[in-house]
Design a protein around this ligand. Structure first.
Ligand code: FVH
Length: 292
């Protein structure tokens, strides 16, 4: 067909929740697609939707110049592609991993004659194929691969290229996920505080969402301090005040019979910075303590 003639073929390795969502987005855009999954049953519904199903990873890789990989972890990528001929291929690895794993995987792929682009997916499967969801993928590594395939890569989710260093996509991905983890911890603690008090969780949820959205801009202030090196400029809520406030948080947790185990690592760090004589700062000094 014209579509097959105009659009270069794409191979996708991995049909877990994310891989399947990616496959469906590409199929919906009439992208010619070959898929492979370790457990073959997961490919069957996609065959019915128009995907070609390869019997082995090697067969799947041979079918296209562009090979997208979305597996569980870096070890599964190594196992899957071990011994597969990657000469001349463009490998785009959307498997979540560490920056070090991405850098090593890029070198590994290049030694096998492939060009390599790493990706960190900032979306959950239902956001894939829905541009209005705001989901996107960080990409880093070969700018040529990103440029050559950006149109295809932009079908399932937005694209953000963050540099030639193949570890940078993972670095950005994990930085954002780590911040999210802190937010999840705070929200979990907040629900524990109201657990036995008859406050409707849904009511607290809307207050939490509103408050956390209002506080999200704090990141900009922190960035300004880190960039200028002046950790006191324009501080309205300083560390001395925050440490004082923390004692209320901890006493309230104790009074409510709630473990403070999610709060104490952070409050302890703040206390150490205060004890070192930095009560007039914001939180930027904690970044130095962590990144020493
Ligand atoms: N799902 C999500 O919400 C997150 C959103 C952000 C990005 N992550 C990352 O995406 C990668 C894939 O995640 P997933 O959701 O598709 O994960 P699963 O549904 O658990 O599917 C895992 C696939 O990996 C295959 N697999 C596992 N081990 C091996 C192996 N040793 N050799 C070959 N394939 C392997 C597995 O195959 P099977 O179990 O069906 O045979 C699935 O295809 C991941 O990095 C997330 O962190 C998702």
């Amino acid at each position: 067909t014209d579509t097959e003639f105009d659009t270069p073929h794409l191979t996708l390795l991995g049909l877990g929740a994310m891989g399947t969502a990616l496959a469906r987005a590409w199929l919906a855009a009439e992208q010619p697609l070959t898929v492979w999954n370790r457990t073959p049953g997961r490919a069957e519904p996609l065959a019915a939707e128009g995907a070609k199903v390869a019997g082995t990873a090697a067969e799947a890789v041979a079918a296209s110049d562009l090979v997208v990989v979305c597996l569980l972890d870096d070890a599964s990528v190594g196992e899957t592609l071990d011994g597969v001929d990657l000469t001349g291929k463009d490998v785009v690895n959307l498997t979540t991993g560490t920056p070090a794993e991405a850098r090593a995987r890029a070198e590994w792929a290049e030694q096998r004659g492939a060009r390599y682009l790493d990706g960190g997916i900032m979306a959950v499967p239902p956001m894939i194929g829905s541009p209005e969801s705001g989901g996107y993928v960080f990409y880093s590594g070969s700018q040529a691969v990103f440029g050559d395939h950006q149109k295809t890569l932009a079908v399932p989710a937005g694209t953000r290229y963050v540099g030639e260093d193949p570890g940078f996509a993972a670095l950005h991905d994990v930085a954002l996920l780590s911040a999210m983890t802190g937010m999840f911890a705070g929200v979990t603690h907040a629900f524990a505080l109201i657990r036995k008090e008859g406050v409707v969780p849904g009511d607290l949820a809307s207050l939490l969402a509103e408050w956390l959205t209002a506080m999200a801009g704090y990141a900009y202030g922190l960035a300004e301090h880190l960039e200028s090196g002046d950790y006191t400029k324009g501080v309205t809520s300083n560390l001395a005040m925050m440490v004082q406030g923390n004692s209320t948080l901890l006493r309230t947790a104790a009074g409510q019979g709630v473990s403070a185990e999610l709060l104490t690592p952070f409050t302890t760090l703040m206390e150490r910075r205060l004890a070192d004589g930095h009560g007039d700062e914001g939180l930027a000094g904690l970044v130095d303590m962590l990144a020493r």
